[in-house]
Write a protein that binds this ligand. Structure first.
Ligand SMILES: [Fe+2]
Ligand SMILES: [Fe+2]
Length: 279
């Protein structure tokens, strides 16, 4: 299966860039499935239903959220009736929406997509490791699903790496979101799970993790309440990863995707030596 996963869309810049590029990216990479994190799509905070609808129309198959899931309250009734939009699995029982989705491709193959949220330097939450353990008791790679991708929304690289190793060999890929900075550690773990600590954001990188520089800087320098943070709206770089799985659901390839804006570009197949094939 050929899977494209994009990191946190930030503001209009991120949204517009992804909506414009996604149909072409899908064709170019011949993707079977696309996952997009959109927790910051609405002016940096949350996701509005009409934005989710536009992302689905542009070619997103599943949208994930994160700690900003409920910043736009209109999403609460929407998520309750849209199974392709998921929030962290380890939110407390009774939280609207689901933390995982199983989608069927046109050819009948099934993919499980889940999101878990880390606890290090984040709000207190149920155990993400146990939540995914429970999910995988009911869903087995090569049995009821042919691929499985988990978005680990977390601050600490250590927690994300530990999380990926915990599920190595049981899911196709573990991809990190939330820090808004892409990492370069794309690899296939010994058990066959593709991993990258953070996909990076789809947003304007002439910013402080997607937000305009002056108010973000003032928060650090002055330690006084100031202007509300707003997303930087210059040209966005689309950031994500491309994953290819074999017939057993293991990753045979995980490579960076970076397109447009300020960051050095990267496209699968154009980075000699970047294809992780360590198994
Ligand atoms: Fe984010
Ligand atoms: Fe986040």
């Amino acid at each position: 299966m050929r899977i494209l996963v994009l990191g946190d869309l930030v503001g209009r810049a991120g949204r517009d860039a992804v909506i414009a590029a996604l149909p072409g990216l899908r064709a170019q990479l011949q993707t079977d499935f696309v996952v997009v994190n959109a927790e910051n799509a609405s002016h940096g905070f949350g996701l509005a239903p009409e934005m989710a609808i536009a992302l689905f129309a542009a070619g997103a198959d599943v949208i994930t959220l994160g700690n900003h899931a409920w910043d736009r309250k209109e999403i609460i009734p929407y998520i309750a009736q849209e199974p392709r939009l998921i929030r962290p699995l380890n939110f407390p029982p009774g939280t609207p929406g689901a933390g995982a989705a199983i989608c069927t491709l046109r050819d009948g193959r099934k993919i499980l997509v889940a999101q878990a949220m880390g606890r290090l330097f984040m709000d207190p939450l149920d155990d993400p490791f146990r939540a995914v353990e429970d999910l995988l008791l009911r869903n087995k790679l090569g049995a009821n699903v042919q691929a499985a991708v988990v978005d680990i929304h977390a601050e600490a690289s250590s927690e994300k790496m530990a999380f990926a190793h915990a599920f190595d060999g049981r899911v196709s890929a573990v991809v990190g979101t939330h820090t808004h900075v892409p990492t370069a550690d794309h690899q296939i773990l010994p058990g066959g799970t593709g991993f990258v600590s953070d996909l990076g954001m789809c947003g304007d990188y002439d910013s402080v993790i997607g937000m305009t520089k002056a108010p973000a800087l003032a928060k650090f320098v002055k330690k006084m309440p100031g202007e509300r943070l707003a997303p930087a709206e210059g040209v966005a770089t689309i950031c994500g990863a491309f994953i290819e799985t074999d017939e057993k659901g293991f990753a045979v390839r995980i490579e960076p995707v970076r397109l447009g804006g300020r960051l050095a570009p990267a496209m699968p197949g154009q980075n000699p030596g970047a294809t992780a094939t360590s198994r």
